[in-house]
Design a protein around this ligand. Structure first.
Ligand code: HMG
Ligand code: MG
Length: 299
């Protein structure tokens, strides 16, 4: 018998993880419209943009305009990636609810993504976390390449634990474990989570699967059976890290919601409205994601 939770919390990351990876620019007004559509569909968490260097991620250089343009829906936490104090300054001025700090468990990916070693990155993130908490905001922490690195291969679990502990010490309220390039398999997820859940409570962990090889939903199922109830996903199946070769789309939020509802697991999200939002952005980027189209025609 599968042991499933009654409900899960969806962390909608499409406007950030999705749009950071698009070659075709999406106009700011379309991003704003999309985020408002997503919020109306019911998730209580939206990662709306990134306050990173516009040289590194030009796709999200309109972060402040996006944040000021969206209609803030009560009950929704609007988060953004923040790599350093400069980013925090802009992010606080733009009114983020939560700062999402990030680093990678593997040195080579971390350097490729933020131009620093892990040891150099941690003090910067600590400063950001302190500043955000002092300003009355909450902090989320990403760990990338948990299930494998495009440069270094497998990553020791002791390194993941060291970073989880550093985040907890900083006052991070939720840690998202990233399968950055979509290499995790269900057996590996079980092994990794058995190790981590023997040390840390399930409610500080979220899982962030990219669906490069079609294994994200299977990985979610195993995670739920192990007690995890927080999942990142991106409407339309958009996503990928420009500094991780091979990274492709996140698990599509509509696939996650459809699968969970079919099994009686509540998400608080209206699938029809989510599908409409996914179709909206797919049209804007002119790159339809096949699964949700199949879903739309099947209904
Ligand atoms: P750097 O070049 O080493 O930094 O970049 P710097 O401090 O020397 O700054 C360079 C220039 O950028 C300066 O401008 C700074 O002022 C400016 P200049 O003086 O040359 O004109 N700058 C900024 N401008 C605006 N906002 C800022 C900011 N910071 C510096 N916050 C840095 C270091 C970390 C900034 C850079 O490497 C960067 O922005 N990296 C972000 C990369 C990124 O966003 N990657 C994708 C997100 S992570 C991901 O996708 C994985 C995830 O989804 C989980 C998973 O799947 O595993 C989260
Ligand atoms: Mg990602």
């Amino acid at each position: 018998m599968m042991k499933l939770p009654d409900h899960i919390q969806l962390r909608e990351v499409g406007p950030r993880d999705g749009l950071q990876n698009e070659a075709k620019p999406v106009p700011t007004a379309d991003k704003i419209r999309w985020i408002d559509q997503l919020a109306a569909a019911g998730p209580t968490y939206i990662e709306a943009t990134s306050f990173v260097s516009p040289r590194w991620i030009p796709q999200l250089s309109d972060a402040a305009a996006v944040m000021s343009g969206i209609a803030r829906r009560p009950g929704v936490t609007y988060a953004a990636l923040v790599p350093n104090m400069k980013g925090l300054h802009y992010a606080l001025a733009a009114g983020i609810d939560e700062a999402a700090v990030f680093l990678s468990a593997s040195e080579t990916h971390n350097r490729s993504n933020v131009n620093k070693s892990v040891a150099e990155t941690l003090p910067q993130l600590r400063e950001v976390a302190e500043g955000a908490l002092q300003a009355g905001r909450t902090v989320r922490g990403y760990i990338s390449t948990v299930f494998g690195c495009p440069f270094e291969g497998s990553v020791p679990l002791t390194d993941i634990c060291r970073l989880i502990e550093a985040y907890l010490e900083m006052g991070v309220r939720e840690i998202s474990l990233g399968d950055t390039i979509g290499v995790a398999n269900p057996k590996q997820v079980e092994t990794v989570l058995a190790y981590l859940l023997a040390r840390y409570p399930a409610d500080v962990l979220a899982l962030h699967f990219h669906d490069t090889r079609g294994m994200a939903l299977a990985n979610v199922l195993v995670s739920m059976e192990m007690g995890i109830t927080r999942f990142d996903a991106a409407a339309g199946g958009l996503g990928g890290c420009p500094y991780a070769p091979g990274a492709s789309g996140n698990l599509a939020s509509e696939d996650l919601v459809h699968c969970l509802h079919a099994m009686g697991v509540a998400t608080g999200v209206d699938l029809e409205q989510l599908l409409a939002a996914a179709a909206y952005i797919q049209e804007k980027i002119e790159r339809p994601y096949p699964a949700s189209h199949m879903l739309a025609s099947w209904r």
